[in-house]
Ligand binder design. Structure first.
Ligand SMILES: Cc1cc2nc3c(=O)[nH]c(=O)nc-3n(C[C@H](O)[C@H](O)[C@H](O)COP(=O)(O)OP(=O)(O)OC[C@H]3O[C@@H](n4cnc5c(N)ncnc54)[C@H](O)[C@@H]3O)c2cc1C
Length: 399
């Protein structure tokens, strides 16, 4: 049983259902998410799309980016990710969640062992020796559902995590405000930048501007003053775009499609496995969105949870493999996702330090050293882990 039909829950359910495993996805909303959030996916995501049998369809709908640069606010380039590297792990594709989730769901709906219950809110969860359970409320009333395992894929405010650990979600909240927008603006193409994704370095106006669809929809995620209301931020948005976008456009020169302020956090749940209950993706950990580490790590959790649950189902592993899941996935967050995503945002607000930044220096080295370029192009694979190596073995886990 999976709680949450966000990208992580729906993909995990599809992977399990493809193996004939009975799986129910329980989602409180009556429709799939349309917020301007994840859109850019690197190898850990495309690897799982391939395993779920949806890669070709995702790739056909997706925008295939033309590279990533870091720039000063006036557009001057500081450095770019290496391009033209012949390595499958180098691919970055973009498909907004409001297209990706329905695409995955359309496959899941066709799986005979899968069920999606939209409009079903989990009110409570728990477990006993034989089952995990959830109490859900829908228009038909309240009921208790049971399953061998329960996966909390219910996002940053996870009810499943809350039922396990209360309000405790260790980590920190950044003293920064960001606003994510989707916008149609031809001015980015006219700027003549060779890269379609651009991180703009400025103490006050740091932001990301990137093309994310084939029909030229842009994601602009920018810094705002802290302590403003949503209405105040909305009122300031035209001034912000004038200050930050190439061509300094007025409101009649672009179409604002979505506008969503976010507080940003770096947090990791105390455990990602407690008995029959697992946590994946945002329910387990959060990071700021610069550099797209959030769902990248989330999909790596999904792949790991799938391999562990399939191993148990197929009799190839006992359930101590889930402790391994807990240990490895938490370590990946602590040693890779948290430090890298934290550096990703910090380098954006300090133009004085940018040339001394270790990552920027590595990008410069990659311009002339093919080995460094090759290494960097596959960097995202570090968040992955192959749990099938523990099949048919006694699994060593830390205490
Ligand atoms: C501005 C922004 C840009 C981002 N860009 C990227 C990017 O480019 N690449 C990337 O990798 N990551 C990115 N991220 C992060 C990414 O969006 C998240 O990591 C991802 O959406 C998390 O997916 P999820 O399935 O874990 O949770 P969610 O998408 O939050 O889904 C959780 C689901 O659970 C449901 N739910 C919650 N509570 C209950 C309940 N009690 N009962 C039943 N259902 C419930 C919710 O309705 C929801 O549908 C970005 C984030 C932001 C804010």
């Amino acid at each position: 049983m999976v709680v949450g039909a966000g990208p992580s829950g729906i993909l995990l359910a599809l992977l399990l259902a493809r193996q004939g495993i009975t799986v129910t996805v329980v989602e409180k909303s009556t429709e799939y998410d349309k917020q301007p959030r994840a859109s850019f996916y690197s190898y850990p995501a495309t690897f799982e799309f391939k395993r779920a049998g949806i890669y070709d369809e995702v790739a056909a709908c997706a925008f295939h980016g033309r590279g990533v640069s870091w720039r000063y606010l006036d557009g001057t380039k500081i450095a770019s990710l290496p391009t033209g590297i012949k390595r499958k792990e180098a691919e970055i594709i973009s498909l907004p969640l409001d297209e990706l989730i329905p695409l995955i769901a359309s496959h899941l709906e066709r799986e005979p062992s899968a069920k999606i219950l939209l409009g079903h809110e989990v009110l409570a969860s728990g477990q006993d020796e034989d089952h995990a359970w959830i109490d859900v409320r829908s228009s038909a009333g309240e009921q208790r559902l049971k399953a061998s395992y329960l996966v909390g894929a219910d996002g940053g405010s996870s009810k499943i995590r809350h039922d396990l650990f209360g309000k405790n979600f260790p980590g920190r909240t950044w003293d920064k405000q960001i606003v994510a927008t989707n916008v149609r603006y031809p001015g980015l193409e006219k700027a003549g930048w060779e890269t379609s994704s651009n991180f703009m370095v400025h103490p006050e106006h740091f932001h990301m501007v990137a093309r994310m669809t084939n029909d030229n929809l842009l994601r602009v995620t920018y810094a705002e003053q802290v302590n403003l209301t949503r209405d105040e931020m909305l009122a300031r948005q035209p001034g912000q775009f004038k200050a930050i976008l190439p061509g300094s456009p007025g409101p009649n020169e672009y179409e604002l499609i979505n506008f969503s302020p976010y507080k940003i956090h770096q947090r990791l749940a105390e455990q990602m496995r407690v008995g029959r209950i697992l946590l994946v993706a945002d329910a387990a950990h959060l990071c700021n969105p610069f550099g797209g580490m959030g769902l990248t790590g989330g999909f790596a959790d999904v792949g790991g949870a799938y391999d562990c649950l399939y191993g148990i189902y197929a009799g190839r592993a006992d359930d101590s493999i889930l402790d391994k899941y807990n240990d490895v996935r938490r370590e990946k967050y602590t040693t890779i996702i948290d430090p890298i995503s934290s550096s990703n945002i910090r380098r954006l607000w300090d133009p004085e330090a940018i040339e001394k930044d270790e990552f920027i220096q590595m990008l410069h080295r990659a311009e002339t050293d093919k080995d460094v370029a090759y290494e960097m192009a596959g960097g995202a694979t570090a968040v992955m882990h192959d749990f099938t190596q523990y099949y048919d073995k006694v699994v060593p886990v830390s205490s």
